[in-house]
Design a protein around this ligand. Structure first.
Ligand code: ADP
Ligand code: GLC
Length: 482
């Protein structure tokens, strides 16, 4: 049977451009879907790093004027993936973060930049290129949210659309006056179209007009239908709940493989977790922590934002230290949180190490050298660092929200008795509950047999893309078979 052609539209893709987990998903899911008989091509904005990483690039289409300037659509490959890259210098020829200018604020023309991406995604879906007609367009987050709108209001062929929500906190809301500049008709500014509280909502439009909606964990799928977590979109989501599914993310188990990982001081597998000790020493050295084999070493790898609850950890830090623990924190983001982390490290030299920045290789060493990996998020659609932690034998200590609730089995008496536990969960997402979780984790750590069992359970968990890709394949076949 020929592969089912699907166009994925994303604003990030690892390893070409990444600010978070969306890039990991967009980079790994196509390979996993190929094994399920789905041939994914991905449309990306032509940021400098994307153009630089594109191999065998060929011009596929010219736009004389695409939202304010000439543009070319290129087709090519990178890292084994089929790509379309939108080379539109007036929109994307800017180095650094794909969304923010050098002042740390959103680029003022982000509406046009991602409307252009969505517009071209829609046109590709309608057969812009001779010989290429995808059965479905898979749109990721608000940056691709207008694809279903351009298809709906544009006339012509209508491929099926699936919108995946990676994070409802980012909605792409812009002034209504931009509507003509986006090339959408007046009637689109309607509650059943792109209108969101008098403005234009890119994510809202996608949620309203896509044929199917997915998000990245079953628990987050249910959370976002409630006013507490729905961020103003829960009413719409409840109305379309029959079209909404939660499919957990996986991780790329080749990139994240402790047996072959080039970033580690020592490589190891589930059979020899004791070899992690050399990574713990390397991690302690890298973060300026005392080289204590018996101190429970907590790691954290995160964007520094309110979502991630790093402030809760700073509040709970005195308990972590009183329990004899150490902390190795790698993160970047909100300047106030960056400063607070740096201060915490300065107050506890040798016990707390914070590196502010983005360092892919160091993230791997933290997974391999920490005893426990903290994810104290206030909300978390899926979360990937706890999945990497399971695979690397760092016991995840997580808030019981979203995908964290779905991927970690708490070391409560029932979980331990069943031999199933893989980590520690806490709720609600408060400093007090986190303190209690840290105490639980350290006391489990000191019970070597139980800890080894929890670690082994985690390392045996399937965190690959195999099962999620099967679920996406079923959904894509279902939606295109209608
Ligand atoms: P989110 O997408 O909300 O940021 P995820 O857990 O889904 O959260 O994905 C985050 C990804 O980014 C993971 O691959 C993680 O390892 C990586 N990451 C986050 N912060 C850093 C950092 N400072 N340095 C290196 N990698 C990071
Ligand atoms: C978002 C979410 C994160 C998720 C990632 C990939 O950035 O915050 O929880 O893992 O997308 O789906």
């Amino acid at each position: 049977m020929p592969h089912l052609p699907v166009l994925s539209v994303a604003s990030e893709l690892y390893p070409l451009v990444k600010t978070g987990g969306l890039a990991d998903v967009a980079g790994a899911l196509p390979g996993a879907l190929r094994r399920e008989g789905i041939a994914v091509s991905t449309l990306l904005p032509g940021y400098p790093t994307v153009l630089g990483g594109l191999c065998r690039a060929e011009a596929a289409h010219d736009f004389a004027d695409l939202f304010g300037g000439p543009a070319r659509l290129l087709s090519g490959r990178a890292k084994g993936l089929d790509l379309f890259v939108l080379d539109a210098p007036h929109l994307y020829a800017r180095p650094g973060n794909p969304y923010l200018g050098p002042d740390g604020a959103d680029w003022p023309d982000n509406a046009l930049r991602f409307a252009a991406l969505s517009f071209v995604g829609a046109r590709l879906g309608q057969g812009l290129l001779p010989g290429y007609r995808p059965a479905a367009v898979h749109c990721h987050d608000w940056q691709a949210g207008l694809v279903p709108a351009f298809l709906h209001y544009g006339g012509g062929a209508r491929p099926d659309t699936v919108l995946t929500v990676h994070n409802l906190a980012f909605q792409g809301v812009f002034p209504a006056e931009l509507l003509p500049a986006l090339g959408l008709p007046d009637r689109a500014l309607h509650v059943d179209g792109v209108e969101f509280h008098g403005a234009i909502g890119f994510l809202k439009a996608g949620l309203r007009l896509a044929d199917r909606i997915t998000t990245v964990s079953p628990t987050y799928a249910s959370e976002i239908c409630s006013p507490e977590a729905g961020m103003g979109l829960d009413g719409l989501l409840r109305g379309r709940a029959d079209l909404l599914t939660g499919i957990l993310n996986g991780i790329d188990v080749d990139t994240w493989n402790p047996a072959t990982d080039p970033h580690l001081a020592a490589r190891y597998g589930a059979a020899d977790p004791a070899s992690r000790a050399a990574n713990k020493r390397a991690l302690q050295a890298r973060f300026g922590l005392a080289e204590l084999a018996d101190a429970p070493l907590f790691g954290l790898i995160s964007r520094l934002s309110w979502q991630k609850g790093v402030d809760l950890l700073l509040e709970a830090l005195s308990v972590l230290l009183a329990e004899g623990g150490q902390l190795a924190l790698l993160g970047a983001g909100d300047p106030a949180l960056e400063a607070a982390c740096a201060e915490a490290a300065a107050r506890a030299p040798g016990r707390v190490g914070c590196l502010i920045g983005y360092d892919e290789g160091l993230a791997h060493l933290i997974q391999a050298g920490s005893d426990a990996l903290l994810v104290p998020s206030r909300f978390e659609p899926c979360g990937l660092t706890q999945l990497c932690a399971l695979r690397y034998g760092a016991v995840p200590v997580v808030a019981r929200v979203g995908g964290l609730a779905d991927t970690v089995i708490d070391a409560n008496p029932a979980g331990l008795a069943a031999g199933a536990s893989t980590g520690v969960q806490f709720a609600p997402a408060t400093a007090t509950a986190l303190e209690y979780a840290i105490r639980r984790a350290t006391s489990l750590f000191r019970d070597r047999t139980t800890w080894a069992q929890i670690q082994a359970n985690g390392m045996a968990a399937d965190v690959s893309w195999a099962a999620p890709a099967r679920a996406y394949a079923v959904l894509l076949r279902e939606v295109t078979a209608r």
